[in-house]
Design a protein around this ligand. Structure first.
Ligand code: G4P
Length: 527
């Protein structure tokens, strides 16, 4: 197999969105175009399970392995696509952010009535930090939404990114008819099937002056679209692939995932303009996907909640080299040699043994506790990729022990689970003896933590929720840090590496401190 060819055809990306924007629906439709229709059904089943229950243990049973992100792999137009699932509802967690570190690009999905929402904004910040290309899909255009010009303006102002509409929606009144492709200079009119979008949408293609197109749209609609397109040409950004690749310009698409309108143009342009697996920084310099040795890093560890099956799955993003079963690799951090005997690839609920994998692919490795998030595995040498940052938690709780005689087990459990990335542990002061505080990005992480402390460490714990909602790692003179942290609705804590953070009860309090305290630097991510 030709490595150059395999690398060039890989696309590894994630969809970032706020709950209910249509991520599950869009994922299904991408799979439909990728010919993996049987999988599309299972995505839907997962959504049904999610809506049916908020009980996390039930969720875990319902969904098998994939309570946190799994990877969907499919082919389209000769490309091999790895779609990394970013949990977004009750299971929104630090894993959602970490998954973005394994992606080479992202599709930002917006509801045409709501534009940029809170969770989208947070996930966008992580993409921006990594400077990965972001493609935007404005969904639900089959029903009236915000004016597209206004929506684009809002996105640009809100996120500080420029948008280039690649497709533009064509409406007659409130009826969504199709899109104009500004790169190809062609109209794509879709026909609604009576099948609730379970099949590819039928398409009529042609230029704006094509008699069939004019006949279908009517002259008024054509004139209106021409006017809007002129406005876009005059006022909007030009298309520049360099700007797309650096994350400064977002190719933007309009459509409706539910009816399949505009999904195919999104997928096709995305595949053409998004990057193949990118080089990664390591302590031995930049490692390109064509590097001789096999390298990869662990971005997520999935613990099995079933006490009878303690095995964990570590998700490894391959950065260079070819994987084949039995490959021997070294863990740079621990120095251990690991034989990757039976790794797996994940497609919705199905696990499959991997015969071969290339840069951009993700494989799941059985792990008995030897691996940690951020570990580099390589077949040759001792290089280490830059670690995965810690993301600032939004929920906090004091950990009260249910049994003082098992305090030691509790401390061990907390330390190990925090190293593994299940939650973050903080202390109010560096000296031991204080009640530990746990922080999580999503509340589900707390349920998982309590469950695992009890079942894996025999330590019953009770969490006492705290009112803080924001946290920032803070750098600067200690006296200033302590002074600022004494304010109302604030608390000074230290992480496991003894780095100080200030917790805030309100966004306003946080903003106030960031704006006023010139001697202090506040970080939402810890390197
Ligand atoms: P999520 O994964 O981002 O949370 O969103 P999901 O796909 O579950 O979609 C959320 C709701 O939005 C669903 O409606 C879905 O049918 C609807 N939706 C998705 N894409 C479109 C679209 O292009 N147009 C319109 N009009 N609606 C769309 P629901 O009522 O919650 O579920 P269901 O009863 O339709 O299954």
């Amino acid at each position: 197999m030709d490595a150059t060819k395999e690398i060039a055809r890989r696309r590894t990306f994630a969809i970032i969105s706020h709950p209910d924007a249509g991520k599950t629906t869009l994922t299904e439709k991408l799979l439909l175009y990728g010919g993996a229709i049987h999988l599309a059904g299972s995505v839907k089943a997962r959504r049904a399970a999610r809506h049916a229950t908020s009980d996390w243990m039930e969720l875990e049973k319902e969904r098998g392995i994939s309570v946190t992100s799994s990877v969907l792999q499919f082919d389209y137009l000769g490309y091999r696509i790895n779609l990394l699932d970013t949990p977004g509802h009750q299971d929104f967690s630090e894993d959602t952010y970490r998954t973005l570190v394994a992606a080479d690009s992202a599709i930002m999905l917006l509801d045409n009535r709501k534009g940029v929402e809170e969770q989208t904004r947070k996930l966008f910040e992580v993409c921006k930090l990594r400077r990965i290309p972001i493609f935007t899909f404005v969904n639900k255009c089959d029903r009236a939404g915000e004016n597209p010009l206004q929506l684009i303006d809002d996105v640009e102002k809100d996120l500080g990114i420029r948008c280039f509409p690649v497709t533009w929606p064509i409406h007659r009144g409130s009826e969504f008819l199709g899109v104009y492709d500004r790169i190809e200079g062609a109209v794509r009119l879709f026909e609604k099937g009576g099948d609730h979008g379970s099949k590819r949408a039928k398409v009529v293609e042609g230029g704006l002056d094509d008699p069939e197109v004019v006949g279908r749209l009517g002259e008024d609609v054509v004139a209106h679209v021409k006017e809007e397109l002129e406005l876009l040409d005059l006022a909007g950004s030009d298309f520049d692939r360099g700007d797309v690749l650096s994350g400064a310009l977002s190719p933007t698409f309009f459509g409706s995932a539910l009816t399949n309108f505009g999904v195919e143009p999104l997928l096709r342009h995305f595949l053409e303009d998004s990057p193949p697996p990118a080089p990664r920084e390591s302590d031995e310099g930049i490692i390109g996907p064509d590097h001789d040795a096999f390298t990869g890093f662990v971005f997520k560890i999935q613990a099995n909640m079933d006490p009878k099956h303690r095995d964990r799955i570590a998700f490894l993003r391959i950065c260079s080299g070819r994987f084949e079963p039995g490959l021997q690799v070294r863990n740079t951090r621990s120095g251990d040699t690991v034989r990757l005997a039976q790794p797996q690839q994940f497609m919705a609920r199905e696990r499959q043994a991997v015969e071969e994998a290339w840069p951009g692919d993700v494989i799941g490795i059985h792990d008995r506790g030897a691996l940690r998030i951020g570990d580099t595995l390589s077949s040759n040498g001792d290089l280490a990729f830059g670690g995965i940052p810690r993301f600032s938690p939004e929920h906090f709780a004091r950990v009260m022990t249910g049994d003082p005689l098992r305090r030691k087990q509790l401390d061990t459990g907390l330390r190990q689970l925090s190293e593994e990335g299940a939650a973050q542990v903080f202390f109010e002061d560096i000296q031991a003896g204080h009640t530990p505080i746990v922080g999580a990005v999503g509340l589900l992480q707390f349920d998982v933590l309590v469950h695992r402390l009890e079942h894996e460490y025999g330590a019953k714990a009770r969490l006492e929720r705290m009112e803080y909602r924001h946290a920032r790692w803070v750098e600067g003179p200690e006296s200033d840090i302590r002074r600022v942290a004494r304010g109302e609705g604030r608390l000074l804590v230290f992480d496991s590496k003894e780095r100080p953070l200030i917790l805030f009860t309100s966004e306003w309090g946080l903003r106030h401190a960031v704006d006023r305290e010139e001697k202090l630097t506040f970080h939402a991510f810890a390197p």
